[in-house]
Design a protein around this ligand. Structure first.
Ligand code: AMP
Length: 436
């Protein structure tokens, strides 16, 4: 099966060819015909499956057939949880639509609104937006959403995790009743099902296998180590093995900052990205990391979500995530596009429960290693896990049953708090740091 068999027009096929894609991915095989038909869609797919092209290509085709938008009007609205994901989807729209004459733009918080207002003024075929900034601009009457023909909610589960449900509901209220709705989500919690039930009309359902659940392309290992020795062990592993491009996950923004500073002091060039960083700082860090100028990028889960960094050789869990499924998301960063990757987790005595939850979810035991010189103290006592608000919660280490998404979400909201709270904290301001 090729892209042309799916019924895409020549302009789109040329753009796909220019990207170097020869065969549609499983989600594209199913989503493209379903979206072209004009019906609603509920798709279970995460980053790395080719989902963006799966909705963008047929969306562009449908838009290319219709009349141009009037002033300030938007014909297709794509909502994403983070600025990075919005930027990436916007790039895909521009890439795939390069031979069409459609107008598209990306808007998100944390940057000046005037260029966004200027871009919307003439009307847009596609607007990719994070919910907060979109609502701001709508309240100021800079954008007219009453003629939206297609609505896409990308990574809907993450939008709910981040507290965007009220913003989404407000947006839904100003959309026209008759429209095509596409909902993408990596997981199907009760909340997502409730949203899908309200939003979607007799949707086509698509489910594609999660990448890396079996993680055949990722070499995974656990290093047992004392809490206080993690940083030295990480510096040691990076230097000893000459790891050149390392994505490191921490649980909190403060932890990310601290670790990036400390590694830099040890002559390992490192930067942190998370919701408190300005957009330009994040873009700069990501660009330097992609080109190889920056050796280590330290990120929180939410900041890293949706980043398309191809063929990343090393992912390190400096701390295990509170939600077992985030482990799968994290290590999904390695071994992409058929290349081998290595995922290393530094696990101290506090995290044994979290580790059990992860092993249960991925249905395998992970190899445990001890690095000479970093042997853990056999008598170390577990401490409650820091929850990102300067407090320590007793739940994480003992729970162990984090494989359940609903349970995990609750833990994520509580324990991953400094990121998860970002949308709520911003209520007072108009723009600023709206999206994590
Ligand atoms: P996504 O899941 O949309 O984030 O896409 C993940 C990566 O797969 C991106 O780097 C895309 O450029 C790439 N990609 C998407 N579709 C294909 C395809 N049919 N063949 C090869 N690569 C693809």
């Amino acid at each position: 099966m090729t892209f042309s068999d799916l019924g895409l027009r020549a302009e789109l096929l040329r753009a796909v060819e220019a990207q170097g894609y020869t065969t549609p991915t499983p989600i594209q095989l199913k989503a493209i015909p379903a979206v072209l038909k004009g019906g609603d869609l509920l798709a279970s797919a995460q980053t790395g499956t080719g989902k963006t092209a799966g909705f963008t290509l047929p969306m562009l085709q449908r838009l290319a057939d219709g009349p141009r938008p009037a002033k300030r009007q938007v014909r297709a609205l794509v909502l994403t949880p983070t600025r990075e994901l919005a930027a990436q989807v916007g790039e895909s729209v521009a890439d795939y639509g390069r031979h069409l004459t459609l107008r598209s733009h990306v808007i998100f918080g944390g940057v000046g609104q005037q260029p966004q207002v200027d871009a919307i003024r003439a009307g847009l075929d596609v607007l990719v937006a994070t919910p907060g900034r979109l609502l701001d601009l709508h309240q100021q009457k800079h954008v007219d959403l009453s003629k939206v023909e297609i609505l896409v909610l990308d990574e809907a589960d993450r939008m709910l995790d981040m507290g965007f449900i009220h913003d989404i509901k407000k947006i839904l209220r100003v959309l026209p009743e008759k429209r095509q709705n596409l909902l993408f989500s990596a997981t199907f919690s009760n909340e997502i099902q409730a949203l899908a039930g309200k939003l979607l009309d007799d949707p086509a359902m698509i489910e594609v296998a999660r990448r890396n659940t079996t993680a055949e392309l990722v070499d995974q290992a656990i290093y047992r180590v004392d809490r206080e020795k993690k940083r030295d062990l990480l510096a040691h592993l990076i230097t000893e093995h000459d790891w050149q491009q390392v994505l490191v996950f921490t649980r909190t923004k403060h932890g990310a900052n601290r670790l990036a500073e400390q590694l830099s002091k040890q002559d390992i060039p490192s930067m942190a990205i998370h919701g408190n960083k300005s957009q330009s700082a994040r873009t700069k860090a990501l660009a330097a990391f992609k080109t190889g100028d920056l050796q280590v990028l330290v990120a929180t889960d939410i900041a890293a979500r949706g980043l398309d960094i191809n063929e990343l050789p090393h992912v390190v869990n400096f701390e295990l995530p509170n939600v077992a499924e985030d482990y799968v998301h994290r290590i999904g960063r390695t071994g992409r596009a058929g290349s081998e990757g290595q995922a290393v987790s530094l696990v101290c005595v506090d995290e044994h429960g979290l580790l059990k939850g992860i092993e249960r979810l991925i249905k395998r035991d992970l190899e445990k290693r001890i690095e000479p010189g970093f042997e853990p103290d056999p008598n170390a006592k577990p401490e409650p896990i820091e929850n990102g608000r300067g407090k320590r919660s007793g739940g994480g280490g003992r729970n162990g049953g984090q494989g359940q998404r609903r349970q995990g979400q609750a833990a994520g909201q509580r324990s991953g708090g400094d990121e998860a709270r970002a949308p709520r904290r911003r209520r007072g301001g108009r723009s600023g740091s709206r999206q994590a």
